[in-house]
Design a protein around this ligand. Sequence first.
Ligand SMILES: N[C@@H](CCC(=O)N[C@@H](CS)C(=O)NCC(=O)O)C(=O)O
Length: 201
Amino acid sequence: MKLYFAPNSRAVRIAWLLEELGLDYDLERFQLGQPEMRAPDYLNVHPMGRVPALQDGDTVMFESGAIIQYILARHAKGRLQPSEDSAEFPIYLQWFHYCEGMVMPPMNSIVVETILLPPDRRSEVHARRATKLLGQMLVAIEQRLEGRDYLVDDFTAADIMTGHACLMSGRVGVDLSALPNIRAYNARLAERPALVRALAL
Ligand SMILES: N[C@@H](CCC(=O)N[C@@H](CS)C(=O)NCC(=O)O)C(=O)O
């Protein structure tokens, strides 16, 4: 497998998963913002020139959640997700997709308004609104983590998706002081050797 990767991006999720599963992979490494991500060769892999993308034999695909579901289905032998006939499976899917569906949209706005736009085009109002919204999205995770170490029972790929978003929330400056379960969760995730290795790529 070849992972199209950039540090500090959602591609870390895929590297984290591959490390958790002990699978071999090659890395095509970019830096976010690098012009090579918009070169025709890479636009054939990802039409928006974004990361992550994955090549596995003849399969070339993008979207971090889809890539994770694909790797789990083809290469994980049932690891890192509850079995499809279990009561936990729908809950696992819910928290897996909560990440891109609910947490990342306000996070994207924060990154746009505080980092990507040139200073004279940034809007403090938009940034504040997105930060407030992101805080609200995190409250649901905070409640879910009450009395739990992970979003389902054991560590699953839902923790790779939504856990990664929780870790990123701290990094984009969201105040986590009123969210002790998320702070403990982030600390727990940060100790996982597979994540440490993925973050070092
Ligand atoms: N929903 C997509 C989002 C992909 C995405 O926006 N990736 C960002 C990094 S986290 C990117 O490549 N940005 C570079 C750019 O826009 O130039 C996924 O989950 O894979």
